[in-house]
Design a protein around this ligand. Structure first.
Ligand SMILES: Nc1ncnc2c1ncn2[C@@H]1O[C@H](COP(=O)(O)OP(=O)(O)O)[C@@H](O)[C@H]1O
Ligand SMILES: [Mg+2]
Length: 284
C-alpha cells in the first residue's frame, strides 16, 4: 500500500507519515514499556522507534577519552555525541538511505517525524541466533562471516555503521543479513577511525556475548578473517595501543582465573586474539 505523505503541524518540513499510521502510533504509544516497539498496520509489521535521550556530555567525554587512548589519536568529542533527539530520527533515516545505495540490507523507512521513525520489521537478531542456537553452528558461522563481509564492504566504500554489535544485526526470513540502529554519529572521525571503532564494536560484542556463554573465539576469528580478506587489516592494526592496555589489564586479571566476570573475560580473550593477529601482521 503506498503511503500518503503529509506535513505535520509543528514538525520539520521533511516529516512524512501516513495520517492513519500516525494516529495508530499515538494511540499505541502510552501502552509501551520500551522506546522501540512493533505495531501492525494494515498487513505490515512495523517497528516504531522513539529516540532516547540517553547520552549526556560526560558519557560522550568518557568515550572520547577511551577511544583516543586506545587508538593513540586525539579524537573530537563531537564524534561521540548523538544528535539531539529531535534531529536523530532524520539522521537515522539518512544513514539508512546512504547504506541502501551500497546494497547493504537495511529496513525500509516507512515514516519519519521529529518524534519517531517507523521501519519495516526485519527478521531476528543475530545475537538471538547465536544465543538460542536458532541455526546449526555451521550456519551461524556463515551468517556471522557474512555480516563481517558486509561491514568490510561498507568500509571499503567509505561508509560505516556506528554500532554493529550482534544485537544490531538481523537475519531476514530469506537468510540474508541486515543491519539496524544507526543513531551513532561518527561523522567527526577520520574514516580509518570509524572503521576501527566499528570493527571493535563488532568483535567485542561477538567474542563474549552479553549473556552467559563461553567466549566465542573461533567464531570471532573466522569473522575477522573474512573482514580482512575484503577490507585488509588496517582498521585492526590501529588497535595496537589498545592491545597494550589490554595486555596490562590481562596480567592483573588473569590470576583470578575463572572467577572473573564477563568484562574481564572479554579483556583476556580479546587481548589474546589481537596479540596473535598483530604478530601475524608483523606489527608486534
Ligand atoms: N527494523 C527492525 N526489525 C525488527 N526488529 C527491530 C527493528 N528495529 C529495531 N528492532 C528491535 O528493537 C531493538 C532496539 O532497536 P535499535 O534500533 O537497536 O535501538 P536501540 O538504540 O535502543 O538499540 C533491536 O535490538 C531489535 O531487537
Ligand atoms: Mg540497538
Amino acid at each position: 500500500m503506498p503511503y500518503q505523505h503529509v506535513h505535520l503541524e509543528g514538525t520539520a518540513q521533511t516529516d512524512s507519515v501516513d495520517p492513519d499510521l500516525h494516529a495508530a502510533i499515538k494511540q499505541a504509544t502510552p501502552q509501551q514499556k520500551k522506546h522501540v516497539f512493533t505495531i501492525k498496520h494494515g498487513d505490515r509489521q512495523l517497528v516504531v522507534k522513539y529516540p532516547e535521550d540517553k547520552r549526556g556530555y560526560f558519557k560522550a567525554f568518557g568515550e572520547r577519552l577511551y577511544f583516543s587512548l586506545l587508538t593513540n589519536h586525539n579524537i573530537p568529542i563531537s564524534a561521540f555525541q548523538l544528535k539531539p533527539p529531535k534531529e536523530r530520527t532524520h539522521f537515522e533515516a539518512a544513514r539508512i538511505s546512504e547504506l541502501k545505495k551500497l546494497n547493504i540490507n537495511v529496513p525500509e523507512v516507512v515514516a519519519v517525524t521529529a518524534d519517531y521513525i517507523v521501519l519495516e520489521h526485519c527478521g531476528t537478531r543475530l545475537e538471538d541466533f547465536i544465543r538460542y542456537g536458532y541455526a546449526s553452528a555451521n550456519k551461524i558461522e556463515r551468517l556471522v562471516c557474512n555480516a563481517a563481509e558486509q561491514l568490510a564492504h561498507m568500509h571499503s566504500n567509505q561508509a560505516w555503521h556506528g554500532a554493529p554489535q550482534v544485537r544490531n544485526i538481523m537475519i531476514l526470513d530469506n537468510g540474508n543479513v541486515a543491519f539496524i540502529d544507526f543513531e551513532e554519529n561518527l561523522e567527526g572521525l577520520p574514516h580509518l577511525m570509524r572503521e576501527t571503532y566499528d570493527i571493535l564494536q563488532f568483535i567485542g560484542a561477538l567474542i563474549v556475548p552479553r549473556y552467559d556463554s563461553q567466549p566465542l573465539i573461533d567464531l570471532t576469528e573466522a569473522a575477522v578473517e573474512r573482514y580482512i580478506a575484503i577490507r585488509g587489516p588496517e582498521p585492526l592494526l590501529q588497535l595496537k595501543t589498545y592491545y597494550k592496555y589490554l595486555s596490562t589489564a590481562k596480567k592483573l586479571i588473569k590470576p583470578f582465573g575463572s572467577r572473573v566476570g564477563r568484562d574481564a573475560t572479554r579483556i583476556i580473550v580479546l587481548c589474546e586474539m589481537l596479540e596473535s593477529l598483530l604478530k601475524r601482521e608483523g606489527v608486534l
